[in-house]
Design a protein around this ligand. Sequence first.
Ligand SMILES: *Cc1c(COP(=O)(O)O)cnc(C)c1O
Length: 400
Amino acid sequence: MPADPIPFLDLVTPHAELREELRAVFDAALDNAAFIGGPMVQSFEREFAAFCETGHCVGVGSGTDALRFALMAAGVGSGDLAVTVPNTFIATTEAISQAGARPVFVDIDERTYNMDPRRLAEYLEDECCVDRASGLLVSRKLQMPVRAIVPVHLYGQPADMDSILELAARYGLMVIEDACQAHGAEYFSKKENRWRKAGSMGVAAGFSFYPGKNLGACGEAGAVTTNDPELALKIRMLRDHGSSRKYYHETEGYNGRLDAIQAGILSVKLKRLPEWNAARRAAAARYRELFAEAGMPELAPFEPEWAKAVYHLYVARVPDRDGLVRHLASAGIDTGIHYPVPLHLQKAYAALGYGGSDFPVTEKVASQILSLPMFPGLSAERQGSVLEVLTRFVAAGSSL
Ligand SMILES: *Cc1c(COP(=O)(O)O)cnc(C)c1O
């Protein structure tokens, strides 16, 4: 092990820098003993809605809660299908299943790793048909209506939303964005001729503030953003046992509220988020240059001209990935794989009936993707060390 190991991420430094401000949040909460809801939650909700350029934000207990409540409030439930991708974290599909619906997968684009709108179009056109009686788009095989599309802005890269929104409009489907890795990411909409923030383009979006996310709490937290005031109200009820007034319950709901302390912490950290995201983008640009200098530009992740990614993860594509992981580890370089097993091949989803060649692009990239160290304080020097070890290993071995 070398003298200076390189971590995959650094959660200690940002909290050390903000220690006094974070402690003040805790002191304020102790002073008024408002631990759930209250002014700190309301302030953060206003600030995060403004950051995402949406009319409303509702703080909830986690990103999973956020997605589940967004789907439920939008009316996606028992007997419905929701289309998403197999290359994502399981929380995307847990939210769909736990809302009562059934996930359906379409394959990803080989360059962006996100939902391929061409595969989505094929699914909707070839595998579904409009039911005369209900007017709904129905899966021919499952005889269930498709109600929603859940694109994931994975790794902090926005999905191709113009195409997805156009298909959704054509077939009368709702779009719920999984923005859990994409706080601050932007998408250039050609249709609207402007940049749009992740989380502002669908009917609603779910964000996670799990500590390792670009904006992370000091515990569990999440939020829904939406421009629809009625949807926001429904989510406020769902997170609080189906009530908008204490002990008067219009429906059954959940215990899915945001802690005041977490909200206060998120307000402190949100002020730093633009700077942290810019540092991640700068680090991504440096990695890209280093890959190009080594004559291996194709290993760097692709960022379309319509995207401003926030690099929650920096995902390279490499030959002999598992050998490289071991080699980097022996040089003290920590890496990750996001995600090693696509969802359609997970034991948890055996009952969905997918097989080992249903999503060839996802399956192919799953064995090649490698998440390199990426965090706002990552130094150029350490990036140089990572790429030196990596490119030397690749140059000595096989090609992609
Ligand atoms: C983190 C994450 C979630 C879930 O968020 P939690 O806060 O952990 O519940 C959902 N989807 C994606 C893509 C994520 O990365």
